[in-house]
Design a protein around this ligand. Structure first.
Ligand code: NAP
Length: 320
């Protein structure tokens, strides 16, 4: 634990890797801690087509993020794969306790992203991995030529439904209203997809089956009426993919800095309520959660780390 980094970045999604690129380029000693694969939610996104400057025809999330990672490493970022268990953010030197080691820095950028929101109905956990999924790219091929129900009506639900329609015999999007939240351009493509249909004004209230998911109980959000949809007898199973938004990964930090609905509050310079601690990307309260805004947050946070260090540490302290 002898080395004190200038910046420790928590998370290697678009926000964290962008912060790493900018802080490495500013010649700050930088460590990025990530527990799994790079990319966060982008790692499980099949198609990205709206990150400015990317390959215009679209590309997969992992393809895009591989270049983020390479660029951060090119500017000298150190990397470690470890799980963060506890953080001490309030001292002048911040300490990050992980499973395999403890790391210290003058500044911290929290870029831990968000995770999928669950429906919260009976059967959801029981059938997770047995019909229920939160990742189309990971699980689509298990449902080749079967039926799939997609829950949600936002960009993610509709885009992933179109992706799933390439595998499944039929995909039904179950949305709680009679109008999609997804962008119009995404809706237009969805309405043209042959084996994609919509079940309006409905929410799943129970998932059932015998070992594998076979029945979804749907409730009409207008009348309260319930009905069951069953797997085709020959299939014996169907897929239920849940895309109803995301929740911030802020559990480890929220008792040490200000949050709202668990999202970390920052100003426009990504400063949190704790000096020397910045937040970037989906974990912070913001109006648009996209790769482009995450990358921008990361860049701003890294440059603010540089300013903070220059203003708060003496030459002597920086030699430690
Ligand atoms: P989102 O925009 O928050 O949409 C969540 C959807 O789930 C909404 O349709 C919502 O219904 C529904 N929902 C929420 N809670 C529910 C519940 N308990 N039961 C049933 N339905 C529920 O989330 P998202 O689609 O994951 O998108 C997140 C952000 O990423 C957005 O800013 C989006 O624009 C962006 N994104 C962009 C792209 C792209 O541009 N290519 C792709 C993916 C994501 P209501 O509509 O009734 O609220």
């Amino acid at each position: 634990m002898s080395k004190i980094y200038d910046v420790i970045i928590l998370g290697a999604g678009p926000a964290g890797l962008s912060a790493g690129l900018y802080s490495g380029r500013a010649r700050l000693s930088t460590l990025i801690i990530e527990k799994g694969v790079d990319g966060g939610q982008i790692a499980i996104t099949d198609e990205i087509e709206n990150y400015p400057g990317q390959i215009p025809d679209g590309e997969t999330g992992p393809e895009l993020i591989a270049r983020f990672s390479k660029q951060a490493e090119r500017f000298g970022c150190e990397r470690v794969t470890d799980t963060i268990n506890k953080v001490e953010l309030k001292d002048k030197i911040k300490t990050i306790h992980c499973t395999n080691g403890t790391y210290q820095a003058r500044t911290v950028v929290i870029a831990t992203g968000a995770h999928p929101r669950k429906i919260g109905c009976p059967g959801e956990d029981e059938f997770s991995g047995k019909g229920v999924s939160y990742c189309a790219t990971c699980d689509a091929n298990f449902f080749e030529e079967l039926e799939i129900y997609v829950i949600g009506g936002g960009d993610t639900a509709v885009e992933e439904a179109m992706y799933l329609a390439k595998f499944a015999r039929k995909v039904s999007v179950v949305h709680r209203r009679d109008e999609l939240r997804a962008a119009k351009s995404i809706q237009e493509r969805a309405f043209k997809t042959e084996n994609l249909e919509f079940i309006w004004n409905a929410i799943p209230v129970e998932l059932k089956g015998d070992g594998m998911l076979q029945t979804i109980v749907l409730e009409d959000t207008k009348t309260g009426e319930r009905r069951e949809v069953h797997a085709d007898e020959d299939d014996g199973i169907f897929g239920c993919f849940v895309f109803i938004g995301y929740l911030p990964n802020s559990e480890l930090f929220k008792d040490q800095l200000e949050t709202e609905w668990d999202y970390i509050l920052t100003d426009e310079d990504m400063k949190t309520s704790v000096p020397g601690v910045f937040a970037a990307g989906d974990v912070r309260k913001k109006s648009l959660r996209q790769v482009v805004t995450a990358a921008a947050d990361g860049a701003i946070a890294a440059i603010q780390c540089e300013h903070y260090i220059n203003n708060n540490f003496s030459e002597e302290e920086l030699q430690q």
